[in-house]
Write a new protein. Structure first.
Length: 164
């Protein structure tokens, strides 16, 4: 059965419209994408490596909220599904949001020391998880192992946290 998702307008407001994953999104409406930067007390960010059938690349934890979920509920669900970890929504900070003409998005941050041995990855989605320093992330971009947008996400997050 296809997953049903809510649609938003360009002002990040949930509408009364929905669509099913894989279907064409109606003109003037946008799916919501949520993503989270998980930083440990060493200043390293958690990344996950997608399974080969999902592209096999490194990325941040995130996805699409299901129908009826708020974006914050959606990111809590995604962390639980992908990593097997419970996070407290009251500890999550939103650091950016908007619509880019294709999707609406909300970017979140949490400072949490997660032991990698406590993670249970969603095997159909992921192959491994690892913490990376900002320097390591930048080096991965130089080696074409990581998209510059991923590092920009973490830099935007770090800038927000340092200036709040």
């Amino acid at each position: 059965m296809k997953e049903e998702r809510d649609l938003y307008n360009s002002n990040l407001e949930k509408t009364n419209k929905t669509y099913f994953k894989g279907d064409k999104v109606p003109e003037g409406y946008y799916p919501m994408v949520v993503m989270i930067a998980i930083e440990n007390s060493n200043g390293e960010f958690l990344m996950q490596k997608r399974s080969e059938n999902k592209g096999g690349d490194w990325g941040v934890t995130g996805g699409h909220p299901k129908k009826g979920e708020t974006p914050i509920e959606g990111i809590v669900t995604e962390v639980k599904e992908e990593l097997g970890i419970d996070i407290n929504p009251n500890e999550v900070i939103e650091f950016n949001s908007g619509c880019d003409g294709k999707d609406c998005y909300r970017m979140y941050y949490i400072k949490k020391d997660i032991n990698l041995n406590d993670i249970t990855i969603q095997e159909e989605e992921l192959t491994e998880v690892k913490y990376f320093s900002m320097k390591e992330l930048e080096e991965m971009v130089e080696r074409n192992e990581l998209n510059e947008d991923q590092v920009a996400f973490f830099k935007k997050c770090r800038n927000f946290i340092e200036n709040k």
